[in-house]
Write a protein that binds this ligand. Sequence first.
Ligand SMILES: [Zn+2]
Ligand SMILES: [Zn+2]
Length: 139
Amino acid sequence: MEFSGGCLCGAVRYRGRDPMGGGHCHCVDCRKASGTGHGSHMMVRQDAIEVTGEVKFYESPADSGNTVRRGFCPTCGSAICSTNSGMPGVTVIRASSLDDPEVFKPQMVVYAARAASWDPVAQGLPAFDGMPPQERRPS
Ligand SMILES: [Zn+2]
Ligand SMILES: [Zn+2]
């Protein structure tokens, strides 16, 4: 499935394919960067998305110790995408920047314990207080 999106002013645009799902995050960093109570994140392989225009990045540490880089348009400030050093090869698109927001099919809610009372956790999705427990790898 193909999708497209961009920032509010149009200086940043992207086209991608085959989204891998994602979810809503109510962590403090996502709230502060979002303009509302949570960030909505859609994962896609880095080689399945092409971004045009200048994206500025803000780097900060995640609870896990990984580095999160949050990309935004330097002109209009719209959140576009992010990467996490713990997920190499993956770009995380902000669902808010999609041209067709229905492309995003959220699968879970993370940091649900930190949700603000005025932005309740989405119903009908698995919700985790923090990050979901890591899957055990077969040895
Ligand atoms: Zn812009
Ligand atoms: Zn978050």
